[in-house]
Design a protein around this ligand. Structure first.
Ligand code: HEM
Ligand code: HEM
Length: 219
């Protein structure tokens, strides 16, 4: 049934780097707040925001598999994908599958909401995010509460994310993890390799994103 397979690069280095830096940063952000190292939390949070802005731009100008237009399929296809979860041809999606695409959008939206609200939140009398001074007390309290509670929603989404990857491995025998590390996936030889964008373009977009954050935090 399974014909000849080739190892095809489906994830570019910028997406993989973005992903693993992001995962490490979320842990570090939690730990820095837990240890009350707020200066560190702010700097790490700003780096996270710059990575998110980069990923947003990469979703428009980046490699084929990174583009929103490629991986956001009509909700109907996402449901059909889930309905045929056990039966579906296994392991042959080039990039995010139709259900995974929506999960990615949800994760990115929650991460953006977390990072942006952090800029305006206040930790205590002496410590606050760089844009907290723009808010009156009631709005500051509201944004800080949002930052606290959105983290739990984000955590729930991350748990679903990890359970989904586990389910693909166990039920469908589809290893999504290996491609996110190596970039490559074994796919039928007839598969058209996705078009990958230049890493230099990624670097330029990241530098622009970092510059944007550097300006935003001085407002
Ligand atoms: C703080 C934790 C994490 C966050 C916020 C997170 C977020 C994300 C996001 C936003 C994507 C989409 C990547 C893109 O298109 O740019 C993604 C994909 C992915 N993540 Fe994570 N992730 C986390 C932890 C992990 C961990 C620990 C693993 C390993 C088990 C993992 C495995 C994957 C895989 C395999 C994909 C690709 C899924 C696919 O093939 O469609 N993630 N993750
Ligand atoms: C995605 C990125 C971020 C994550 C995952 C994150 C996570 C967290 C967590 C878990 C807390 C503890 C909440 C609590 O004590 O109940 C917290 C608090 C806080 N964070 Fe962040 N944070 C992020 C980005 C930022 C950024 C960019 C800033 C500002 C530059 C920031 C500023 C704050 C402040 C002021 C607090 C104390 C107020 C509060 O407890 O809600 N955070 N953050």
């Amino acid at each position: 049934m399974s014909g000849i397979k080739l190892s095809i690069r489906i994830w570019d280095a910028p997406v993989r780097l973005f992903h693993w830096l992001l995962a490490a940063l979320i842990v570090a952000l939690y730990v820095s707040r837990f240890l009350d190292l707020m200066w560190l939390h702010y700097r790490l949070g700003e780096v996270t925001l710059s990575l998110l802005i980069f990923r947003l731009s990469w979703g428009f100008f980046g490699s084929e598999t990174a583009r929103f237009a490629t991986f956001l399929k009509p909700p109907r296809s996402a449901l059909a994908h889930l309905a045929s979860f056990r039966l579906g041809t296994k392991g042959e999606s080039v990039g995010h599958n139709p259900a995974g695409g929506w999960m990615v959008l949800l994760l990115l939206a929650l991460l953006f909401a977390q990072a942006l609200s952090g800029l305006f939140a206040r930790a205590d009398r002496n410590s606050a995010g760089p844009l907290n001074h723009l808010l009156a007390k009631p709005s500051s309290d509201l944004v800080s509460a949002f930052h606290t509670w959105n983290f739990y929603v984000l955590l729930a989404a991350i748990i679903v994310h990890l359970l989904a990857i586990l389910a693909y491995a166990v039920i469908r025998r589809e290893n999504l993890l290996r491609p996110m590390i190596s970039g490559k996936k074994r796919l039928p030889a007839t598969t058209r390799a996705p078009r990958l964008a230049s890493p230099l373009l990624a670097l330029a977009l990241y530098l622009l994103a970092a510059a944007a954050v550097a300006v935003i935090v001085t407002l």
